[in-house]
Design a protein around this ligand. Structure first.
Ligand SMILES: NC(=O)C1=CN([C@@H]2O[C@H](COP(=O)(O)OP(=O)(O)OC[C@H]3O[C@@H](n4cnc5c(N)ncnc54)[C@H](O)[C@@H]3O)[C@@H](O)[C@H]2O)C=CC1
Ligand SMILES: NCC(=O)COP(=O)(O)O
Length: 332
């Protein structure tokens, strides 16, 4: 399998130490080969600060990384920066952006098997010219996909949850919940559950926006006017879709078994249950791209960077999922 390209994320966050920790656990966790993009000195320093005795080796190509992976953490690319845990800088943000751009380009060109991105601070990236709401939209552009067709899904052992609207103000959500967006996202989720997760007949549950699914219009009309009609249309189009489900109960254990993925109406409606259930094994995966992109579910966690307390589970899960998706796509 081609190695997975790992962007490092913000060097002041927990990304660098978790890349080093993932490599240190490659055998015990059965991880596929990966290559870090840039930051050989940064990674060596972050590893030492975490008490990891690992070898870090610059490589000239992804192919060379595959050979090196068993004995050292391979690093591709000259870009490097100093390690300033918990103290983000503009230089650090520029490094994070360069690492992201190269890692995504390697996956998009097919030179790497997939990309697993490290955590970045969106506000910090914006300060150095990153003109996207998040890495999801950046990956969409790199893959030549319209932003609305690249779908964020948070996936863990207990739940797969898709936020319909993502990085926007809560006040904007009702206006952004449209039948067309629900329909597009549902079709992308349906196709990806089959292609990338091997689910032959995907079942999708769609959340309501309002309490009690609007209570017959007494607590909001989006269900009656928008969500119910598009669910009926999706069913006519052959998708196994249920809803609108009152969101307070749809993530309860007795309901989770009835669907393969939930589409929630806004960011926290999807991510709160996912992180409550699966924080240390939650993967952010972008559906609908021509290449594979995963990420840990968490962010930069600046305050704990360099303290040795950051848990590596979600990073390991993201690398593992990228490898499983690549195996399914490229090797049947
Ligand atoms: N995939 C990405 O690039 C993501 C980036 N972010 C960015 O991260 C920055 C900080 O966001 P927050 O909302 O504070 O979320 P966060 O995930 O960085 O932190 C939330 C809480 O979880 C803890 N935490 C996070 N990861 C942990 C780990 N691996 N082990 C132990 N504890 C952990 C933190 O210490 C904090 O208490 C923001 O600028 C945001 O844009 C947030 C989510 C995802
Ligand atoms: N809350 C999820 C998140 O912020 C990740 O966004 P992205 O950078 O993967 O688009």
């Amino acid at each position: 399998m081609l190695p997975i390209a790992l962007s490092i994320g913000d060097p002041a966050g927990i990304g660098p130490e978790l890349v080093a920790e993932a490599w240190a656990r490659r055998d015990s966790e059965g991880l596929p080969p990966f290559v870090a993009i840039g930051g050989a000195g940064l990674l060596a320093t972050a590893a030492r600060a975490r008490g990891l005795d690992i070898a870090v080796q610059p490589v000239g190509s992804v192919a060379e990384a595959a050979d090196v992976f068993t004995r050292a953490l391979p690093v591709l690319g000259e870009e490097d920066t100093s390690y300033t845990p918990a103290e983000p800088t503009q230089d650090g943000a520029r490094f994070a952006l360069a690492s992201l751009e190269r890692a995504v380009a390697l996956a998009a060109s097919g030179d790497a098997g997939a990309v697993t991105t490290g955590p970045v601070a969106k506000s910090r990236l914006a300060e150095v010219g990153f003109d996207y709401p998040g890495q999801t939209e950046f990956c969409a552009a790199a893959g030549g996909v319209a932003a609305e067709d690249a779908v964020m899904m948070l996936a863990g052992p207990s739940l797969r949850a898709v936020p319909l609207t993502v990085h926007c103000a809560l006040a904007d959500v009702p206006r952004l919940v449209t039948a067309e967006l629900i329909r597009k996202r549902a079709h992308v989720v349906h196709a990806a559950l089959g292609r990338d997760f091997g689910i032959a007949r995907p079942r999708i549950a769609i959340a309501a926006l309002n309490p009690h699914a609007g209570e017959d219009g007494r607590m909001g009309t989006e269900e009656r006017d928008t969500i119910i009609p598009v669910i009926e249309r999706l069913r006519r189009e052959g998708l196994d879709v249920t809803g609108p489900h009152p969101a307070d109960a749809m993530f309860a254990p007795h309901q989770r078994g009835s669907y393969d993925a939930a589409i929630a109406m806004y960011h926290d409606q999807a991510l709160v249950p996912l992180k409550a259930l699966d924080f240390d094994s939650g993967v952010n995966v972008t559906l609908g791209l021509p290449f594979i992109r995963t990420s840990a579910d968490h962010g930069t966690a600046f305050p704990i960077a360099g303290t040795g307390t950051a848990r590596p589970g979600a990073t390991i899960a993201a690398i593992r999922m990228a490898g499983e998706m690549a195996a399914r796509r490229f090797h049947g």
